[in-house]
Write a protein that binds this ligand. Structure first.
Ligand code: FES
Length: 163
């Protein structure tokens, strides 16, 4: 009977191993729970910001634009228009429902493929359902004479940039 309660050296080693195993399992579980909590806390504390591209874009050197030209930059959604009076930028987004317009040199007009609105090269609406003209954006030249456009700032029409 007395011998039954005594543990053999192998059994003691096995008991310690089991205890060590459960201790490590507990520490591991605690570590996982802490990591999960910290992850959620970081997501909760970090600002919910939507990163968008800058509204200010570089449309290339002014010498790339010949007089009496209308150049569409589809990736920037703008036109660079150079006339005798100077250079300016127009939004290429139709003011009706937001379709990308296209320059039609044979018509000498900017045309919207969606519902047929048409605009002059100065953005004035001449046909279609568009409620407003194409907006002019603030435009200036950099020190390297690159055409810079701030697509977030609308300016009154006919403010040509003399070049
Ligand atoms: S979106 Fe251009 S005319 Fe409708």
């Amino acid at each position: 009977m007395e011998q039954d309660r005594k543990q053999k050296p192998g059994e003691l080693q096995q008991e310690i191993s089991r205890r060590a195993f459960f201790t490590k399992l507990g520490i591991g579980s605690l570590g996982l729970a802490t990591a999960g909590t910290l992850s959620f806390a970081y997501q909760y504390m970090s600002p919910n910001v939507l990163y968008e591209p800058s509204p200010i874009v570089n449309a290339g050197n002014v010498e790339e634009y010949t007089t009496d030209s209308v150049t569409l930059h589809p990736a920037l959604a703008i036109y660079i228009v150079r006339l005798q009076e100077g250079i300016f930028s127009l939004s290429a987004i139709c003011t009706h429902l937001g379709c990308m317009t296209a320059w039609k040199p044979e018509l000498n007009l900017i045309a919207c493929p969606c519902h047929g609105s048409r605009f002059t090269d100065e953005g004035v609406k001449v046909a279609g359902p568009a409620p407003r003209p194409l907006p002019w954006f603030r435009t200036w030249l950099s020190d390297d004479r690159d055409v810079m456009v701030d697509r977030s700032t609308v300016i009154p029409p006919l403010e040509f940039l003399r070049v």
